[in-house]
Design a protein around this ligand. Structure first.
Ligand SMILES: *Cc1c(COP(=O)(O)O)cnc(C)c1O
Length: 394
């Protein structure tokens, strides 16, 4: 059935190119884990997971066991890491679907160990997350690592295949937080090895690590520890190079300069003009009359509102593209509609394409444009595009 005109186009060729470019940045000594959590950052897991696998990804990263089960149905041969832990009752599914859970809490080991025993399974591979400084996920290194390692020693069916940690300030150019976290990671891995474990993968770093050229440090650290580096890009796969704050002192790292030209946004978000009208001075536009015309105006109604993910904070303070020009959003954004001032673009007519995010003619609206207008980050802009907005491969 033809749809209400509010849709997202996913350029799978750009996604493939981005993956290959990032793999090139990481070099032959590192592998990439393509982060496709949260429905591939709102880009559609079912479009993106098979695409990155086609581009050469052996590893996929998702948040939950549920997401991993969906990823497994799309990519039967991928190594699928469930980053967000294992919840009670999920152990059987981890085994059945051949998933690799990230673990850091004794409860995770209890759940997996019970599943492995009841199924008489040879081994469940896990990545042990350590808290190297973020105080989020990961085993606390000062109080809990030894206890957890003892627990692993008592559970031969659980095998530590990787050690994972997350860098909390990889997008700060001074790199001080990274330095400290990598120092703690090295010490922790040495302790894990002394306890008799020999994990193959050092699972560290995200987009900012890659595009700043810092992945070389992860590779060196892994080599020093007799491991192989596994790096986990998300945002950059979708064509957005993270911005650094504070920024780099010039000259910027070559990897960052290259990333800005080579990474191509994968997602475009579009709608159409569904009607136009002319209003006179004094006419109110939208809820609560936050915009009142002071002169004759022409308005275009667009089939996108906050229920589609168009942030309500953009009302009266952002522009969308129509006929290759920027038209201001006037009045409040409604649940299903937004209104553009097209007084200066007289040719606008019902059916015209409106670009909410993406390019039209030589104009572009980026995820960072949306993010800065709303005081948030591109990650949130993408993941807030509602599920009712169809994702279409182009
Ligand atoms: C989301 C996530 C990533 C990917 O981060 P990007 O900045 O989008 O590249 C990597 N690792 C973990 C643990 C994550 O949660």
């Amino acid at each position: 059935m033809p749809m209400r005109p509010c849709w997202v186009e996913i350029n799978t060729q750009s996604l493939e190119n981005n993956f290959r470019f990032l793999a090139g940045l990481a070099g032959l000594e590192a592998e990439l884990l393509a982060v496709v959590k949260a429905d591939a950052y709102g880009h559609s897991l079912s479009l993106c997971a098979p695409t990155v696998v086609r581009a050469g990804a052996r590893w996929l990263g998702v948040t939950s066991v549920e997401e991993a089960v969906t990823a497994r149905s799309l990519c039967p041969d991928a190594r699928i890491l469930a980053i967000g832990g294992v919840f009670p009752g999920q152990g059987q599914e981890v085994l059945r679907q051949n998933l690799i859970p990230v673990v850091w809490d004794p409860a995770h080991l209890d759940e997996l160990d019970a599943a492995a025993r009841s199924a008489d399974a040879a081994a469940i591979l896990v990545h042990l997350e350590i808290d190297s400084g973020m105080s989020r996920q990961g085993v606390d290194l000062t109080t809990n690592l030894d206890t957890l390692l003892a627990r692993f020693q008592a559970s031969p069916s659980l095998q530590i295949e990787g050690v994972m940690t997350h860098l909390y300030a990889a997008d700060e150019a001074d790199g001080q937080a990274n330095d400290e976290q990598l120092r703690r990671t090295e010490k922790a891995v040495t302790r894990i090895q002394s306890a008799g474990f020999h994990p193959a993968w050092l699972n560290v770093g995200a987009s900012a690590t890659l595009v700043s050229g810092q992945s070389a440090r992860i590779v060196q650290l892994a080599a020093r520890l007799g491991m192989k580096a596994l790096i986990r890009p998300g945002l950059s796969l979708y064509g957005i190079a993270p911005q650094f704050d504070p920024p780099f002192e010039p000259p910027e790292p070559p990897a960052l300069l290259q990333s800005r030209t080579q990474l191509k946004p994968v997602l475009s978000w579009k709608s159409r003009v569904i009607s136009t009208r002319s209003i006179g001075p004094g006419a109110v536009v939208g809820y609560n009359g936050t915009f009142v015309a002071t002169e004759p105006m022409r308005l275009a109604l667009v089939a996108a509102g906050y229920a589609d993910g168009l942030d309500r904070r953009l009302g009266n303070r952002f522009r969308l593209l129509v006929r290759g020009q920027r038209a201001p959003l006037v009045g409040r954004i409604s649940m299903d509609h937004a209104v553009l001032d097209v007084t200066e673009i007289p040719a606008v007519a019902t059916g015209d394409e409106v670009v909410i995010l993406g390019t039209q003619a030589n104009q572009e609206i980026t995820a960072y444009d949306h993010a800065s207008a709303c005081g948030t980050i591109p990650w949130e802009v993408f993941t807030r595009i509602a599920s009712r907005v169809a994702r279409i491969a182009v």
